[in-house]
Design a protein around this ligand. Structure first.
Ligand SMILES: NC(=O)c1ccc[n+]([C@@H]2O[C@H](COP(=O)([O-])OP(=O)(O)OC[C@H]3O[C@@H](n4cnc5c(N)ncnc54)[C@H](OP(=O)(O)O)[C@@H]3O)[C@@H](O)[C@H]2O)c1
Length: 320
Protein backbone atom coordinates (compact mmCIF):
# COMPACT_ATOMS: atom_id res chain seq x y z
CA UNK A 1 0.00 0.00 0.00
CA UNK A 2 1.31 3.42 -0.92
CA UNK A 3 1.12 5.72 2.11
CA UNK A 4 -0.38 9.21 1.94
CA UNK A 5 2.70 10.95 3.32
CA UNK A 6 6.44 10.31 3.26
CA UNK A 7 9.74 11.65 4.52
CA UNK A 8 11.72 13.96 2.26
CA UNK A 9 14.44 16.61 2.23
CA UNK A 10 12.83 19.85 1.06
CA UNK A 11 15.02 22.88 0.36
CA UNK A 12 14.16 26.51 -0.35
CA UNK A 13 17.45 28.22 0.40
CA UNK A 14 21.15 27.38 0.82
CA UNK A 15 21.76 25.04 3.76
CA UNK A 16 24.88 23.26 5.03
CA UNK A 17 24.69 19.48 5.54
CA UNK A 18 24.51 19.83 9.34
CA UNK A 19 21.20 21.70 9.11
CA UNK A 20 19.42 19.44 6.63
CA UNK A 21 16.26 17.83 8.07
CA UNK A 22 13.67 15.30 6.98
CA UNK A 23 10.11 16.64 6.72
CA UNK A 24 6.78 14.92 6.12
CA UNK A 25 5.18 15.73 2.74
CA UNK A 26 2.37 14.16 0.65
CA UNK A 27 3.26 11.24 -1.63
CA UNK A 28 2.77 12.62 -5.17
CA UNK A 29 -0.14 11.50 -7.38
CA UNK A 30 0.83 9.79 -10.62
CA UNK A 31 -0.01 11.39 -13.94
CA UNK A 32 0.32 10.26 -17.58
CA UNK A 33 3.92 9.93 -18.73
CA UNK A 34 5.22 9.80 -15.14
CA UNK A 35 5.76 6.82 -12.84
CA UNK A 36 5.92 6.59 -9.06
CA UNK A 37 9.14 4.98 -7.83
CA UNK A 38 9.58 3.66 -4.30
CA UNK A 39 13.12 4.87 -3.68
CA UNK A 40 15.35 2.19 -2.17
CA UNK A 41 18.64 4.06 -2.38
CA UNK A 42 20.28 7.05 -4.01
CA UNK A 43 23.81 8.22 -4.66
CA UNK A 44 25.04 11.65 -3.62
CA UNK A 45 26.63 13.91 -6.19
CA UNK A 46 28.91 16.93 -6.26
CA UNK A 47 26.31 18.81 -8.34
CA UNK A 48 23.68 18.30 -5.60
CA UNK A 49 26.09 19.84 -3.13
CA UNK A 50 26.52 22.84 -5.43
CA UNK A 51 22.71 23.14 -5.67
CA UNK A 52 22.24 22.90 -1.89
CA UNK A 53 24.99 25.39 -1.02
CA UNK A 54 24.45 28.05 -3.70
CA UNK A 55 22.76 27.19 -7.02
CA UNK A 56 19.39 26.95 -5.27
CA UNK A 57 19.30 30.77 -5.37
CA UNK A 58 19.03 30.69 -9.19
CA UNK A 59 15.67 31.54 -10.78
CA UNK A 60 15.65 28.35 -12.86
CA UNK A 61 15.52 26.14 -9.74
CA UNK A 62 11.87 25.31 -9.01
CA UNK A 63 11.55 26.00 -5.26
CA UNK A 64 10.85 24.46 -2.87
CA UNK A 65 12.76 21.51 -4.27
CA UNK A 66 13.56 17.97 -3.18
CA UNK A 67 17.16 17.55 -4.39
CA UNK A 68 18.70 14.40 -5.87
CA UNK A 69 19.55 13.73 -9.50
CA UNK A 70 19.44 9.92 -9.36
CA UNK A 71 17.94 6.96 -7.52
CA UNK A 72 17.27 3.24 -7.67
CA UNK A 73 14.13 1.54 -6.48
CA UNK A 74 10.95 -0.27 -7.44
CA UNK A 75 7.99 0.85 -9.50
CA UNK A 76 5.23 1.62 -6.99
CA UNK A 77 2.72 2.82 -9.61
CA UNK A 78 3.49 2.39 -13.33
CA UNK A 79 0.77 4.85 -14.42
CA UNK A 80 0.33 4.52 -18.22
CA UNK A 81 3.91 3.27 -18.82
CA UNK A 82 5.18 -0.16 -19.90
CA UNK A 83 6.67 -0.75 -16.43
CA UNK A 84 5.26 -3.36 -14.07
CA UNK A 85 4.60 -2.77 -10.39
CA UNK A 86 7.63 -3.93 -8.37
CA UNK A 87 10.02 -3.72 -11.33
CA UNK A 88 13.59 -2.82 -10.33
CA UNK A 89 14.63 0.49 -11.88
CA UNK A 90 17.24 3.24 -11.94
CA UNK A 91 16.48 6.89 -12.73
CA UNK A 92 18.58 9.94 -13.39
CA UNK A 93 18.69 13.51 -14.60
CA UNK A 94 16.33 15.24 -17.03
CA UNK A 95 15.52 17.93 -14.44
CA UNK A 96 15.42 15.66 -11.36
CA UNK A 97 16.09 17.65 -8.22
CA UNK A 98 16.13 20.94 -10.13
CA UNK A 99 12.94 21.33 -12.21
CA UNK A 100 10.92 18.70 -10.32
CA UNK A 101 11.30 16.79 -7.05
CA UNK A 102 14.33 14.50 -7.08
CA UNK A 103 15.45 11.49 -5.08
CA UNK A 104 15.91 12.59 -1.45
CA UNK A 105 12.45 11.21 -0.62
CA UNK A 106 10.71 7.87 -0.07
CA UNK A 107 8.58 7.99 -3.24
CA UNK A 108 9.62 9.90 -6.36
CA UNK A 109 7.32 10.86 -9.22
CA UNK A 110 9.57 10.70 -12.28
CA UNK A 111 9.16 11.07 -16.06
CA UNK A 112 8.94 7.53 -17.47
CA UNK A 113 11.57 8.25 -20.12
CA UNK A 114 14.21 8.92 -17.46
CA UNK A 115 13.47 5.65 -15.63
CA UNK A 116 15.25 2.47 -16.75
CA UNK A 117 14.59 -1.16 -15.99
CA UNK A 118 17.69 -2.82 -14.48
CA UNK A 119 18.67 -6.50 -14.47
CA UNK A 120 21.32 -6.92 -11.81
CA UNK A 121 22.32 -8.92 -8.78
CA UNK A 122 23.92 -5.89 -7.14
CA UNK A 123 22.68 -4.80 -3.71
CA UNK A 124 20.59 -1.61 -3.56
CA UNK A 125 23.60 0.29 -2.20
CA UNK A 126 25.89 -0.90 -5.01
CA UNK A 127 23.22 -0.33 -7.63
CA UNK A 128 22.71 3.23 -6.33
CA UNK A 129 26.37 3.96 -7.00
CA UNK A 130 25.89 3.34 -10.72
CA UNK A 131 23.37 5.53 -12.61
CA UNK A 132 24.81 9.06 -12.68
CA UNK A 133 28.45 8.20 -11.97
CA UNK A 134 28.90 5.32 -14.40
CA UNK A 135 26.67 6.86 -17.07
CA UNK A 136 28.83 9.99 -17.01
CA UNK A 137 32.08 8.01 -16.95
CA UNK A 138 30.80 5.81 -19.80
CA UNK A 139 29.64 8.73 -21.95
CA UNK A 140 32.81 10.71 -21.38
CA UNK A 141 35.11 7.78 -22.15
CA UNK A 142 33.32 6.05 -25.01
CA UNK A 143 31.20 8.78 -26.60
CA UNK A 144 33.40 11.79 -25.84
CA UNK A 145 36.87 10.27 -26.02
CA UNK A 146 36.22 7.16 -28.15
CA UNK A 147 38.53 5.39 -25.70
CA UNK A 148 40.30 2.35 -27.12
CA UNK A 149 42.52 -0.40 -25.79
CA UNK A 150 45.81 1.18 -26.86
CA UNK A 151 45.05 4.63 -25.46
CA UNK A 152 46.83 6.30 -22.59
CA UNK A 153 44.15 8.14 -20.64
CA UNK A 154 44.81 11.05 -18.30
CA UNK A 155 42.11 11.48 -15.64
CA UNK A 156 42.57 14.90 -14.13
CA UNK A 157 40.83 14.98 -10.73
CA UNK A 158 40.82 11.21 -10.18
CA UNK A 159 39.81 11.21 -6.49
CA UNK A 160 36.07 11.67 -6.95
CA UNK A 161 33.38 9.05 -7.48
CA UNK A 162 33.42 9.74 -11.21
CA UNK A 163 37.21 9.50 -11.34
CA UNK A 164 37.29 6.11 -9.61
CA UNK A 165 34.55 4.80 -11.93
CA UNK A 166 36.40 6.07 -15.00
CA UNK A 167 39.58 4.29 -13.87
CA UNK A 168 37.66 0.99 -13.55
CA UNK A 169 36.03 1.30 -16.99
CA UNK A 170 39.21 2.41 -18.75
CA UNK A 171 41.26 -0.41 -17.22
CA UNK A 172 38.56 -2.90 -18.20
CA UNK A 173 38.93 -1.99 -21.89
CA UNK A 174 42.71 -2.24 -21.64
CA UNK A 175 43.74 1.42 -21.66
CA UNK A 176 46.70 2.72 -19.70
CA UNK A 177 45.53 5.17 -17.04
CA UNK A 178 47.31 8.11 -15.45
CA UNK A 179 45.18 9.66 -12.71
CA UNK A 180 45.85 12.82 -10.73
CA UNK A 181 44.99 14.22 -7.33
CA UNK A 182 45.73 17.65 -5.90
CA UNK A 183 46.44 16.12 -2.48
CA UNK A 184 49.65 14.17 -1.96
CA UNK A 185 48.05 12.06 0.81
CA UNK A 186 45.48 10.81 -1.70
CA UNK A 187 47.95 9.40 -4.25
CA UNK A 188 47.55 5.94 -2.69
CA UNK A 189 43.79 6.05 -3.41
CA UNK A 190 44.58 5.97 -7.13
CA UNK A 191 46.16 2.52 -6.89
CA UNK A 192 43.92 1.06 -9.61
CA UNK A 193 45.47 3.47 -12.14
CA UNK A 194 48.79 2.60 -13.77
CA UNK A 195 50.27 5.86 -12.56
CA UNK A 196 49.18 8.31 -9.86
CA UNK A 197 50.40 11.88 -10.28
CA UNK A 198 50.29 14.86 -7.92
CA UNK A 199 48.60 17.75 -9.73
CA UNK A 200 50.40 21.00 -9.05
CA UNK A 201 48.28 22.82 -11.64
CA UNK A 202 50.91 22.44 -14.36
CA UNK A 203 51.16 19.04 -16.00
CA UNK A 204 51.87 20.04 -19.62
CA UNK A 205 55.15 18.54 -20.88
CA UNK A 206 55.50 16.38 -17.72
CA UNK A 207 53.54 13.37 -19.05
CA UNK A 208 54.36 11.16 -22.02
CA UNK A 209 52.12 9.48 -24.57
CA UNK A 210 48.75 10.80 -23.39
CA UNK A 211 46.23 10.24 -26.20
CA UNK A 212 42.98 10.98 -24.31
CA UNK A 213 42.21 13.16 -21.30
CA UNK A 214 39.18 13.28 -19.03
CA UNK A 215 39.05 16.73 -17.44
CA UNK A 216 37.26 16.58 -14.08
CA UNK A 217 38.88 19.60 -12.43
CA UNK A 218 37.39 21.73 -15.19
CA UNK A 219 38.03 25.21 -16.51
CA UNK A 220 40.66 25.81 -13.84
CA UNK A 221 43.05 23.35 -15.50
CA UNK A 222 41.59 22.83 -19.00
CA UNK A 223 44.12 25.03 -20.79
CA UNK A 224 46.94 22.97 -19.29
CA UNK A 225 45.19 19.66 -19.98
CA UNK A 226 44.87 20.59 -23.66
CA UNK A 227 48.66 20.77 -23.75
CA UNK A 228 49.04 17.35 -22.09
CA UNK A 229 47.66 15.31 -25.02
CA UNK A 230 49.52 14.32 -28.16
CA UNK A 231 48.57 15.50 -31.63
CA UNK A 232 45.36 13.72 -32.66
CA UNK A 233 44.37 13.35 -29.00
CA UNK A 234 41.03 14.29 -27.44
CA UNK A 235 40.15 16.13 -24.24
CA UNK A 236 36.68 15.66 -22.74
CA UNK A 237 35.58 18.36 -20.33
CA UNK A 238 33.16 16.77 -17.87
CA UNK A 239 33.85 17.96 -14.33
CA UNK A 240 34.04 21.26 -12.47
CA UNK A 241 35.76 20.19 -9.24
CA UNK A 242 38.10 23.17 -9.39
CA UNK A 243 35.18 25.56 -8.84
CA UNK A 244 35.80 27.51 -12.07
CA UNK A 245 32.87 27.06 -14.45
CA UNK A 246 33.64 29.10 -17.56
CA UNK A 247 36.68 29.92 -19.67
CA UNK A 248 36.80 33.68 -19.72
CA UNK A 249 39.05 35.09 -22.43
CA UNK A 250 39.60 31.63 -23.95
CA UNK A 251 41.28 31.94 -27.35
CA UNK A 252 40.57 28.67 -29.21
CA UNK A 253 43.04 29.43 -31.98
CA UNK A 254 46.00 29.75 -29.65
CA UNK A 255 44.87 27.62 -26.73
CA UNK A 256 43.73 24.45 -28.47
CA UNK A 257 46.97 22.97 -29.84
CA UNK A 258 46.94 22.09 -33.53
CA UNK A 259 45.43 18.68 -34.13
CA UNK A 260 44.01 18.34 -30.59
CA UNK A 261 40.25 17.90 -30.17
CA UNK A 262 38.09 19.34 -27.39
CA UNK A 263 34.70 17.96 -26.46
CA UNK A 264 32.42 17.79 -23.43
CA UNK A 265 29.87 15.48 -21.88
CA UNK A 266 26.56 16.31 -20.18
CA UNK A 267 24.72 13.47 -18.42
CA UNK A 268 21.27 14.98 -18.91
CA UNK A 269 20.22 12.65 -21.70
CA UNK A 270 20.49 9.00 -20.61
CA UNK A 271 19.03 6.36 -22.91
CA UNK A 272 17.86 2.81 -22.24
CA UNK A 273 20.42 1.12 -24.48
CA UNK A 274 23.36 2.78 -22.76
CA UNK A 275 22.02 2.07 -19.27
CA UNK A 276 21.62 -1.60 -20.21
CA UNK A 277 25.12 -1.71 -21.71
CA UNK A 278 26.61 -0.26 -18.53
CA UNK A 279 25.03 -2.80 -16.19
CA UNK A 280 25.97 -5.69 -18.53
CA UNK A 281 29.53 -4.36 -18.86
CA UNK A 282 29.93 -4.20 -15.07
CA UNK A 283 28.68 -7.77 -14.79
CA UNK A 284 30.78 -9.08 -17.68
CA UNK A 285 33.97 -7.49 -16.34
CA UNK A 286 33.12 -8.35 -12.70
CA UNK A 287 33.34 -4.71 -11.71
CA UNK A 288 31.83 -3.96 -8.30
CA UNK A 289 30.66 -0.34 -8.30
CA UNK A 290 32.82 1.65 -5.91
CA UNK A 291 30.99 2.68 -2.73
CA UNK A 292 32.82 4.98 -0.31
CA UNK A 293 30.18 5.07 2.44
CA UNK A 294 26.56 4.02 3.01
CA UNK A 295 24.13 5.94 5.22
CA UNK A 296 20.54 5.34 6.25
CA UNK A 297 18.01 7.99 5.18
CA UNK A 298 17.51 9.05 8.81
CA UNK A 299 21.22 10.02 8.80
CA UNK A 300 21.03 12.15 5.64
CA UNK A 301 22.28 15.21 7.54
CA UNK A 302 25.42 13.32 8.61
CA UNK A 303 25.95 12.13 5.03
CA UNK A 304 25.67 15.64 3.59
CA UNK A 305 27.84 17.09 6.31
CA UNK A 306 30.50 14.42 5.62
CA UNK A 307 30.31 15.47 1.97
CA UNK A 308 30.68 19.16 2.83
CA UNK A 309 33.78 18.38 4.89
CA UNK A 310 35.34 15.94 2.34
CA UNK A 311 35.28 13.14 4.93
CA UNK A 312 34.53 10.32 2.46
CA UNK A 313 36.43 9.10 -0.58
CA UNK A 314 34.35 7.58 -3.34
CA UNK A 315 30.65 7.37 -3.99
CA UNK A 316 28.38 8.18 -1.07
CA UNK A 317 25.10 6.28 -0.99
CA UNK A 318 21.96 6.69 1.10
CA UNK A 319 19.71 3.67 1.63
CA UNK A 320 16.04 4.04 2.54
N1 LIG B 1 29.16 16.75 -17.06
C1 LIG B 1 28.28 16.06 -16.37
O1 LIG B 1 27.15 15.79 -16.81
C2 LIG B 1 28.66 15.59 -14.98
C3 LIG B 1 28.02 14.49 -14.41
C4 LIG B 1 28.44 14.04 -13.15
C5 LIG B 1 29.46 14.71 -12.49
N2 LIG B 1 30.02 15.79 -13.06
C6 LIG B 1 31.10 16.53 -12.39
O2 LIG B 1 32.17 15.64 -12.18
C7 LIG B 1 32.87 15.99 -11.00
C8 LIG B 1 32.93 14.79 -10.08
O3 LIG B 1 31.63 14.55 -9.59
P1 LIG B 1 31.39 13.52 -8.41
O4 LIG B 1 29.94 13.59 -8.08
O5 LIG B 1 31.99 12.23 -8.79
O6 LIG B 1 32.23 14.19 -7.25
P2 LIG B 1 32.41 13.69 -5.74
O7 LIG B 1 32.53 12.22 -5.67
O8 LIG B 1 31.40 14.37 -4.88
O9 LIG B 1 33.85 14.24 -5.44
C9 LIG B 1 34.08 15.45 -4.84
C10 LIG B 1 35.52 15.37 -4.34
O10 LIG B 1 36.43 15.55 -5.43
C11 LIG B 1 37.67 15.85 -4.85
N3 LIG B 1 38.54 16.55 -5.77
C12 LIG B 1 39.38 15.89 -6.57
N4 LIG B 1 40.11 16.77 -7.27
C13 LIG B 1 39.73 18.00 -6.91
C14 LIG B 1 40.15 19.31 -7.29
N5 LIG B 1 41.12 19.52 -8.16
N6 LIG B 1 39.54 20.36 -6.74
C15 LIG B 1 38.59 20.16 -5.83
N7 LIG B 1 38.15 18.93 -5.43
C16 LIG B 1 38.73 17.86 -5.97
C17 LIG B 1 37.36 16.62 -3.58
O11 LIG B 1 38.05 16.00 -2.52
P3 LIG B 1 39.57 16.39 -2.20
O12 LIG B 1 39.73 17.85 -2.41
O13 LIG B 1 39.75 15.98 -0.77
O14 LIG B 1 40.40 15.59 -3.14
C18 LIG B 1 35.86 16.44 -3.38
O15 LIG B 1 35.55 16.00 -2.07
C19 LIG B 1 32.12 17.17 -10.41
O16 LIG B 1 32.74 18.37 -10.80
C20 LIG B 1 30.74 17.05 -11.01
O17 LIG B 1 30.06 18.27 -11.04
C21 LIG B 1 29.64 16.23 -14.28
Amino acid sequence: MIPKTMKAVVLSEPVPGERVELTEIPVPQVRPGWVLVRVKAFGLNHSEQLLRLSEIRADYINKPIVPGIECVGEIADPSDSHFKKGERVAALMGGMGRSFYGSYEEYALLPADHVFSVQTDLSWAEMAAVPETYFTAWGSLFEGLNLQKGDTLLIRGGTCALGYAAIQLAKAVGSRVIATTHREEKLALLKEADEAVLDTGRLARTLRGVTKALELVGAKTLRDTLRCVEKGGIVCHTGILGGVYTLNGFDPIKEIPNGVYLTGFFSNYPIRQTMEEIFSFLKEHRIRPGVGAVYSFSHISKALSDMDHHRVDGKMVVVI
